[in-house]
Write a protein that binds this ligand. Structure first.
Ligand code: FMN
Length: 370
């Protein structure tokens, strides 16, 4: 299969591969830089940044996390200048469930982000927060129904999303499916949702006179998997899990090693304090949690609107930061369904080369409409 440059809004991306936003702190500027250098699109996380502590007020939490996002973007810009790739766009991922999501969006755009990827929440008022038509707005969806809802909601802003990320049930991080739906993964497969969403957006594309690119994500592991998504009509594919196990990913070596060691039976799905299912690795922390051995911390700033910390028994930001730093025995390890297939840590260049070679080797062809 031959692939070519593709567009998001007014931006041109040489290789139709995205690396998704990964919180907490996992898709930091170092990983995004390495991805941009390969001509792909990288997504900075805005989740759980900065020196947060439980003693903070909401105002302090908001100030600290927005300043830390500004810093991440400044570091990325400086590194891009050094490598002479300043013209390349990058995305920032915003978690809609965060109580300061709108402030993070404004901070990202003011600091120069050209693409906002908005997940874990419905972006009801995003076009009012970002009025600049040159900033591409990309909601993350897990069903054609949600795509339709957003298309309808945004009519009053006269704005059509610049693209949708479709996250299927095999993705890492929080999942946009109920536990019941996750029992029927075949029915809710990425392939099915992609086909339904392609059919749904066609009249909207005709009405606005442009393509609404779809970015397929969740459980994609090889170049062959990518080719399958392009053949089905995805303009881009997005990956997460595989890029955690790269040299450039700023997460701790312990986190990466947990991926390398993972077996299929180590992967499970829990309800997180966000109130959504999340795919994680079984570890010491999870065992203690299930045995009721985790003290519930106090939290004055309430970073997640829907937080069910008392019911879930832990603070998700704290536990994700622990794993990020290397204290995986006291932390949560998010992962995609195919994490057990990872058996080594490699460079981003090696990984992307392997993936693109796999696409080229595929006998599949692109649909004629692409
Ligand atoms: C460790 C981890 C953390 C993630 N965190 C986020 C996040 O904060 N926001 C988000 O929209 N998606 C998040 N994701 C989902 C990824 O952006 C991506 O869509 C997904 O991982 C694709 O599936 P894959 O991991 O099977 O490649 C996360 C994924 C992983 C593996």
């Amino acid at each position: 299969m031959e692939i070519s440059r593709q567009h998001i809004g007014i931006y041109d991306i040489a290789v139709p591969l995205w690396v998704g936003g990964m919180g907490v702190r996992i898709s930091g500027w170092q990983l995004v830089l390495a991805v941009l250098l390969e001509g792909c699109l990288g997504t900075l996380t805005s989740m759980g940044l900065g020196d947060l502590s439980h003693g903070m007020t909401y105002a302090e939490f908001n100030r600290t996390s927005c300043a830390a996002l500004e810093y991440e973007i400044a570091m990325l810009h400086a590194a891009m200048r050094e490598r002479n790739i300043t013209g390349r766009p990058f995305a920032v991922n915003i978690m809609g469930a965060l109580s300061n999501a709108d402030d993070l969006v404004r901070t990202a755009v003011n600091a120069g982000a050209k693409i906002i990827v908005y997940g874990a929440g419905i972006p009801r008022t995003l076009p009012a927060v970002v009025q600049d038509p040159n900033v591409a707005l990309v909601p993350v969806i897990s069903s054609a129904r949600l795509a339709q809802l957003i298309l309808k909601m945004w009519k009053r802003y006269d704005r059509v999303p610049n693209a949708f990320v479709i996250e299927g049930p095999e993705a890492g991080g929080h999942l946009g499916f109920s536990f019941e739906q996750l029992q029927h993964m075949e029915e809710y497969s990425l392939e099915n949702i992609l086909a339904e969403t392609l059919a749904l957006i066609r009249p909207y594309e005709d009405a606005c006179g442009r393509k609404i690119p779809l970015i397929a994500a969740g459980g994609l592991y090889t170049g062959g998997d990518m080719a399958k998504m392009y053949a089905l009509g995805a303009t881009f594919v997005q990956m997460g899990t595989r890029f955690v196990a790269t040299n450039e990913c700023p997460v701790s070596q312990e986190f990466k090693q947990a991926y390398v060691n993972a077996r299929p039976e180590d992967v499970t799905i829990i309800k997180t304090p966000v109130g959504m299912p999340g795919r994680v690795l079984r570890n010491v922390f999870l065992k203690r949690l299930q045995n009721g051995n985790i003290p519930t911390p106090s939290c004055p700033f309430h970073c997640i609107l829907s937080c069910e910390r008392d019911a879930a028994g832990f603070c998700i930001a704290e536990r994700l930061v622990n794993s990020y730093r290397g204290d995986t025995d006291n932390g949560l390890i998010f992962c995609g369904a195919n994490v057990h297939r990872i058996n080594c840590i490699m460079s981003v260049h090696e990984l992307i080369t392997e993936l693109i070679d796999g696409v080229h080797a595929s006998p599949l062809t692109l649909p004629r409409t692409l």
